[in-house]
Design a protein around this ligand. Structure first.
Ligand code: PLP
Length: 405
């Protein structure tokens, strides 16, 4: 029989967070080996359950949530998102501008599918949350990576952005707070991004899924709050701030200069209709979450578990020779650098495999986030302090062997 092959559309699509190293970890787990998982931002899996009010409402709503809804979503949760956008000072948002989705992921893919023709370019950060690069490619577009500068706390390099704009550039992706670096962008920098977008008529795609996962009393500015003459598509959801990623509840807000985007918005509406609607229980959970006071704030406060784990991971990693880390101001991750003089790594996926085999610790290699050199990895600081210290101790031991090779 003729072999059944995957679509050529997938040739340039890559999503290594759930890639081959994870497959190897699964095999090892099936053999009964215990793996410490520092690879995925699945908060509820680490004993950090969603707020009780959300769970209880989900249970109560379930018997009445078996039907389809309007394609964009139910009125009340979309209205709750309108109120949220008012709190974030995003002007002029109506219920009509809000789309609910099965997580932000579905909406990210939809927003790019509705826009891109072959050869259209989207500026995506390097490193990035790789769904962005993958979705641009899958939509037929060309991801063009702009650098974030580790020496400047992983902030976007504005000159690199300017250099990479061409007549084919349609939009720019801003992931703030950032996965994988934990960077939080100052308002002044966001203003400059808006100026670039305005000058070159770019759509700003703002992924703000960690906008409440902030440490050290930091505050978050939504880039869409900074102008009304640029088109912004802002993404958010319950997965991180409300520890409910399994409920697959996300939203997308279209704001700013909608007058010139009527055709694109028609495309968004069409794709939204084609997937019928987002899961209804998840939609109802959005209403509960945004109407309440529960979120992640107790966990990220100085005495909170996530803040303590961030500090511990940072302290332990930076004690290892040749390892440097920008301390995250937000989110759940850090993106340590391995000094290439001490650790001459040619293939960082191989590095991740070896760490897994030798020490049973699962991380994701930096190139999985479209980082340019094989000299970084991403670590999730969700495991409790004992497991985190154990895991980083093992990484230290592995690196000590690596240095002696
Ligand atoms: N955006 C970023 C930056 C993420 O880190 C993630 C998940 O890790 C997502 C989007 C996907 O979120 P959702 O669970 O809402 O699909």
């Amino acid at each position: 029989m003729k072999p059944i092959t995957k679509s050529s559309k997938l040739a340039s699509v890559c999503y290594d967070i759930r890639g081959p190293v994870l497959d190897r970890a699964r095999e090892m787990q099936e053999e009964g080996q215990k793996i410490i998982q520092l690879n995925i931002g699945n908060i509820a899996a680490f004993g950090l359950e969603p707020p009780d009010e959300i769970v209880q409402d989900m249970i109560r709503n379930l018997p009445h949530a078996a039907g389809y809804t309007d394609s964009k979503g139910l009125f009340a949760p979309r209205k709750a998102v309108v109120h949220y956008s008012q709190e974030k000072h995003i002007a002029g948002v109506t219920v009509d501008d809000v789309y609910l989705g099965n997580g932000a992921s579905e909406l990210i893919t939809m927003s790019l599918n509705a826009l891109l023709d072959t050869g259209d370019e989207i500026l995506v950060p390097a490193p990035d949350y790789p769904l962005w690069t993958a979705s641009v490619s899958l939509s037929g577009g060309r991801p063009v990576h702009y650098l974030c500068d580790e020496g400047a706390g992983w902030l976007p390099d504005l000159d690199d952005i300017r250099r990479k704009i061409t007549p084919n550039t349609k939009g720019i992706v801003i992931i703030n707070p950032n996965n994988p670096t934990g960077a939080l962008y100052p308002t002044a920098l966001l203003q400059e991004v808006v100026e670039i977008a305005r000058a070159h008529q770019l759509i700003v795609f703002a992924d703000e899924i960690y906008d409440k996962t902030l440490y050290d009393g930091e505050t978050h500015t939504s880039i869409a709050s900074l102008a009304d003459d640029v088109l912004f598509i802002t993404f958010n959801g319950l997965s991180k701030n409300y520890r409910s990623c399994g409920y697959r509840a996300g939203w997308m807000i279209v704001s700013g200069d909608k007058r010139h985007a009527k055709d694109y918005i028609e495309g968004l509406n069409m794709l939204s209709s084609m997937r019928l609607c987002a899961n209804t229980p998840g939609q109802l959970a959005i209403q509960t979450a945004l109407g309440g006071y529960q979120s992640i704030k107790d966990l990220v406060a100085p005495s909170g578990r996530l803040c303590r784990q961030r500090d511990l991971a940072y302290d332990l990693l930076t004690q290892i020779p040749g390892v440097s880390v920008v301390k995250p101001k937000a989110a759940l991750y850090m993106f340590p650098k391995l000094d290439p003089k001490l650790y001459p790594i040619a293939d960082d996926q191989q590095f991740a495999y070896e760490l897994l085999d030798e020490e049973k610790v699962l991380i994701v290699q930096g190139t999985g986030f479209n980082w340019v050199n094989p000299d970084h990895f991403r670590l999730v600081f969700l495991p409790n302090s004992d497991d985190l210290a154990d895991a980083i101790g093992r990484i230290d031991r592995f690196l000590a062997h690596y240095r002696k090779r």
